[in-house]
Design a protein around this ligand. Structure first.
Ligand code: GLU
Length: 304
């Protein structure tokens, strides 16, 4: 009986979530959610040239940029299944970068790439750059280059609102926690909290479905991502505890293309200074409830 009730509850929630994009309570437009009208437009630097970058030259010949992103992370990188349009803070960062590189942001071809496939997508030339909650760390720096950081996130936990026993990662002992293959939060749980039972999928939205259907007890990843899911289903989901890591977000570029990396570092600084960064944040990620922080300083690192 309890099982049946749980299954019914899970089904109701799943249905509610399914119906959510594009229609809020009782058919009204969503109370929260990026609205195109409020988004800044970015001036295209038509005189920009970057002959030292093989990635830029190739994109110029092709006539457009191909950018890797996420499609299931509310307020960060989200794809509307009805229109195919992408929206969110990472998408705005991708558009700012495009304008600075001399490409009209409307011509960007976005490609959804899962966390585990980011490095190969950059190495194979499938994408020109990647903007999708991508933590800069030394291990990944061996495989790809990173412009930025353009944002500082931190690992957190998402649970159902009826959960009262999980307040931090130490409470995960003996509980099942879901994260994504190839992500830093999964690695941290496995190495620092071995008593937690970690399960991994390709995307966080699958983890959230599993949380809502009582298959797992928690979802762990960056607070930015989790706050977005919680904001979309405040009656069912909550973020608990304090962030327990630092996740500086970078723009992934092909490893040897330092010219592109430095150009993107400059572009990030420009858009932070001219107010676009903050406007974009307020129109996207800010809607999940956290006011705009100061962006972290750009780390224009040298390689030998
Ligand atoms: N920022 C973390 C990472 O890059 C988690 C988010 C993600 O998987 O994109 O691994």
């Amino acid at each position: 009986m309890r099982r049946l009730r749980r299954a019914t509850a899970a089904l109701t929630i799943a249905l509610a979530l399914l119906l959510m994009p594009g229609c809020g309570k009782e058919g009204s437009p969503p109370a929260k959610g990026p609205r195109a009208g409020q988004l800044p437009t970015y001036k295209v630097d038509t005189a920009f040239r970057l002959p030292a970058s093989p990635t830029w030259r190739r994109a110029k010949r092709r006539g457009h940029l191909t950018v890797g992103v996420k499609e299931d992370q509310p307020y960060l990188g989200e794809r509307d299944p009805a229109t195919g349009r992408y929206s969110g803070f990472d998408i705005e960062i991708a558009r700012m970068m495009s304008a600075s590189l001399g490409f009209d942001p409307r011509t960007i071809r976005f490609q959804t790439i899962a966390s585990a496939n980011r490095e190969t997508a950059l190495q194979s030339g499938q994408i020109d750059y990647y903007v999708g909650t991508y933590t800069i760390n030394p291990l990944r720096k061996r495989l790809v280059g990173f412009a930025g950081p353009y944002f500082m996130a931190g690992q957190s936990l998402l649970v159902r609102t009826d959960e009262n026993d999980i307040h931090g990662p130490a409470d995960l002992a003996g509980r099942t926690v879901c994260s994504v293959a190839g992500s830093t939060p999964l690695q941290r749980i496995q190495s620092d909290y071995p008593k937690a039972h970690a399960v991994a999928y390709d995307t966080y939205s699958v983890c959230v479905d599993n949380l809502l259907s009582f298959q797992v007890d928690a979802v762990t990843t960056d607070n930015t991502i989790l706050l977005g899911y919680a904001a979309k289903a405040p009656n069912e989901l909550k973020v608990v505890g304090r962030p327990f890591s630092k996740e500086p977000y970078g723009i992934g570029v092909p490893k040897r293309d330092n010219a592109l990396r430095f150009a993107l570092d400059d572009a990030i600084r420009t858009h932070e200074r001219n107010g676009n960064w903050k406007k974009a944040y307020n129109a996207t990620l800010g809607l999940s409830g956290v006011p705009a922080p100061q962006p972290p300083p750009v780390d224009r690192y040298r390689t030998d």
